[in-house]
Design a protein around this ligand. Structure first.
Ligand code: SDX
Length: 423
């Protein structure tokens, strides 16, 4: 039975259709609102506005549920490989053994990056932030690898999944003054990334299975998150039929912001500052509550999750396991735990339903894996890549229209030009 919302504007009354998703989410379809009433809606930050209907990821912010194509994040993080999850997000189903073998072989075939890209790369200063380098190099890929105009660009999907880790490690090696490493196709995706990051010509690099498995879990936990800022950016840029590389490069830039993916770097820098300041978490909690301090508890709060971020729960547990397994003592882990406990019992945070999000503990694991702080958001981008690709593909395959929001004009009303000498 069709459901409608009734809107009355002055003496006008219109009915707007209500759509219901497979998880019973409801939305009022306002497609005909402006034509029938001359009105638009406005919703700064799109806090209550749906941009699309998507079959990829489901979140329930109240219950702390996150599912990729119907599978729970808890099961996938525990049982799947990152490439399996990438396949699931992009193609809609978990791969059979045969499909997985073909997918992994395809990716291995494309891990090498065109050597001419090294010339672009070598032009960056040694202290360039890896997120800026990554977005520039991904955009440059559109000059080296032409896209398929129609359809969903399958070959470039494989190229991006295969080459982004290679390019991502280059910025780290450059910052260390070390020679870059090339992919070793005898290794799995995560192990290959680690050897490109940390191998040195002077000795045999052995991948620690604990590190590779922790990385696999972290990448899965970051793989998609429905219409977040960077994914919405990828969809909007892609809606103009810009190339997949241009769209993903835009997503990388959106993710780099400290309110979004850049928060994982900010969290560690905040925890380090608290440690350097003597570890007085109450002082920093007070600052976070003081609007004039300009300080926020980075890694806390979320637009959707209002009770807990299921990813944060998994990452917190993994942080303790990985550090114990690697025999790493990290004092900032204790500070993070103390900060979390203090915040979760403070009315300011409880009233605003602010909880640790995916970024609060992830940096502690990255650090234990030997990944430098300024590479944390690059790790987020590598994890999020299959989600961005899946969302871009869904938007293109569904032939969604170019995104072009409206506005309410609040500027100057008509006035005549005044010659400069009379102003
Ligand atoms: C990610 O969307 C996604 O799915 C994103 C993501 C993904 O996987 O793609 O989950 C990844 O981006 C996680 C978020 C990482 N960012 C941070 O950790 C930065 C710190 N958190 C915030 O700045 C904030 O919580 C946001 C950006 C995450 C959410 O912002 P909202 O929903 O716009 O909420 P808001 O800024 O309007 O805050 C509501 C209230 C305000 O106080 P009042 O005006 O009501 O008095 O809560 C306060 C804010 O001042 N507040 C905080 C706070 N976050 C919100 N106060 C102190 N510290 C914080 N961290």
């Amino acid at each position: 039975m069709s459901e409608f919302a009734e809107l009355s504007l002055g003496d006008k009354r219109i009915q707007l259709p209500v759509i219901t998703g497979t998880e019973n989410e409801k939305a009022i379809d306002i497609a005909k609102l402006r034509d029938e009433t001359g009105y638009i809606t406005i919703d700064s930050g799109y806090k209550n506005t749906g941009a699309t209907k998507s079959g990829i990821t489901f979140l329930d912010g109240e219950l702390g549920i996150l599912r990729y194509r119907g599978y729970s994040i808890e099961e996938l993080a525990d049982k799947a490989s990152f490439l399996e999850v990438a396949y699931l997000l992009i193609y809609g189903e978990l791969p059979t053994a045969e499909q997985y073998a073909a997918f992994e072989k395809e990716i291995r075939t494309h891990t090498i990056v065109n050597e001419d890209m090294r010339k672009i790369f070598d032009g960056f200063p040694v202290n360039a932030h890896p997120m800026g380098v990554l977005s520039a190099m991904v955009c440059a890929m559109s000059a080296f690898y032409t896209g398929e105009k129609a359809g969903s660009d399958e070959l470039n999907i494989i190229r991006l999944l295969a080459k982004m880790p290679t390019v991502a490690t280059w910025s780290y090696k450059k910052s260390q003054g070390h020679p870059v490493n090339y992919p070793k196709n005898s290794l799995d995706y995560c192990s290959n990334f680690l050897q490109m990051m940390f191998a040195l010509p002077v000795e045999e690099y052995k991948v620690n299975p604990v590190v590779s498995s922790a990385l696999n879990k972290l990448l899965i936990l970051h793989a998609d998150h429905e219409q977040n800022c960077s994914t919405s950016t990828v969809r909007l840029v892609g809606s103009s039929h810009a190339s997949l590389y241009a769209s993903i490069s835009a997503g990388i830039n959106a993710l780099s912001g400290p309110l979004h993916g850049g928060a994982n770097q900010e969290v560690i820098e905040m925890l380090e500052a608290i440690k350097a300041d003597g570890g007085d978490t109450d002082k920093f909690i007070a600052m976070a509550k003081d609007k004039n301090s300009g300080f926020r508890l980075m890694g806390f709060g979320h637009r959707v999750y209002k009770n807990f971020d299921p990813r944060a729960k998994i990452i917190k547990k993994a942080a303790y396991e990985v550090l114990a397994s690697l025999g790493v003592q990290d004092p900032v882990l204790d500070i993070a735990k103390k900060l979390e406990e203090a915040a979760l019992s403070d009315p300011y945070f409880v009233q605003r339903r602010l909880y640790p999000n995916v970024d609060f503990y992830s940096g502690i694991i990255y650090r234990a894996l030997g990944i430098p702080t300024n590479m944390f958001t690059v790790m987020f981008a590598i994890g999020r890549l299959p989600g961005w690709i899946a969302q871009w593909k869904e938007m293109r395959v569904n032939k969604e229209p170019i995104g072009r929001p409206r506005q309410v004009y609040v500027g100057a009303t008509p006035r005549d030009y005044v010659p400069m000498e009379q102003r």
